[in-house]
Design a protein around this ligand. Sequence first.
Ligand code: GLU
Length: 553
Amino acid sequence: MTDYKKLADLLFPNMDKTPEYYENFYPERNLKEGARVTRLAPSPTGFLHFGNLFTGMAAYKTAKSTDGIFYVRVEDTDQKRKIDGAIETMLEGLKAYGVTADEGVMTDGSQKGNYGPYVQSQRVEIYHTYAKYLVEQGLAYPCFCSTEELDYIRAKQENEDIKGYYGKYAKCRDLSYDEIKANIDAGKTWTLRLKSPGDINKKCFFDDMIKGKIEMPENVIDIVLLKTDGIPTYHFAHVIDDHLMRTTHVTRGDEWIASVPLHLQLFRALDFKPVKYAHIAPIMKEENGGKRKLSKRKDPEAAVTYYKQEGFPCAAVNEYMMTIMNSNFEDWRKANKEADIDDFPFNLKKMSVSGALFDTAKLTDVSKNVISTMSAEEVFELSYEWAKEYNAALAGLYEKDKSYAAAVLNIDRGNKKPRKDIAKWSDIPEYISYMYDETFEENYELTGNATPELAIKILTLYKDIVDTSDDKDTWFSKIKEICAPVGCTPNVKEFKQNPDAFAGHVGDVSTVIRVALTGRTNTPDLYAITALLGKERVRNRIERAIRHYEEVK
Ligand code: GLU
């Protein structure tokens, strides 16, 4: 019988702290009943995937909707994949969408809170304390197998159901103290493995917050807890950190679901109360009638920077994200049109089991809605910020006269049924192009009953009576006045009853004017456009249009 205490001292000679020490050092949190403690545990690999934001948002909302705590822990145990500055970039990205931590690693890289350090590479002493404890309990042992030996085992197991280091394959499981000491004295490196207490014939049951009741075989694999350099594996660090940081709910990607039996076994081995799990399925995309994961390689929308570059406002992305995150969000929104999104009672249980479906068309719709309810000032400010970074030409136009720009963006805003022309800031240059001579594009194509001949007559009369300081009623009565002299009727109904009697109706008259002024047949309120363009530009454009129609008639 191995003396586990002696073995633990051999393996961890300098560890004098105990689990009790840390239990006391990181006491249970004093939160109100039902408050949840959640976290996001990014690895510093430098890329904020939409899925990270989605998972982070789920964790954040879970904490916020229960007056709990949301914290960020950096999982940097894989030093090979580490990229400098990656965490700051990721946290900045999350912050833009309101996902900010109460505790843990902050956007500037500093750490805040009483449960730290929140960076795994700074917690090695803690992991070793618990590793030593497991050895003392006879629940962990050093393994001296070389990579070649492990490869050999893997090859032998090719046709077996259970793969890994266990049972008859676990050759270091029962080494005696003397054998271990001899190996160590000979300078052999070792990993620390769990001596799994699992029973192959027993089942492990758990209730996932999203996926429901799950039943899986118990874990029997003696997984690695500490690598040869003493750095813990994800599994070991997860269980220790989430316990000591007093996490209540672990929201993470469902690629981890197969590891739950192992994690629950570790919680038990360490005498910890297990966390509750919520496994989030990957975001899916429809393709060729099927579904596939949103892919970092194939889909630009997979990168959170995409939304910023395109100019989707964060509020719109959040609103969209919530529609695919909680199945009842859209109904809630219909019933609470004006409500702050933070008032929505977010619920992990309403998340998709099989994976939320990402749909750019839907995002575009949601974003149009969100932008349509913003004030002109807000649209101006947000799009100006965007333009400064991504569209110097637009920023330049804005800077010529900011109040003019805001007034342009205000056209038809605040109406009962606001227009929904803008889905993202990058739509704005095209949307407002005719409001600036620099970007106005002539296009004199007519629709309806208008012909070049009729257009010449209308524009010639209009040129003399248009007054850009008229109020809306006067402006419209002037347009109606033009009708009779050019053979049109101001009354659309009358035209419909007797189309042969007229050259057109008031709609055709305004189309001609609209096309001359904007180069388009569909625009927001023509009155507002005319007033803003101002006398000189209006006359100028009318004259240019007349010249054009003279040439083509
Ligand atoms: N660092 C892990 C990952 O990026 C986190 C998983 C978890 O949330 O526990 O996959």
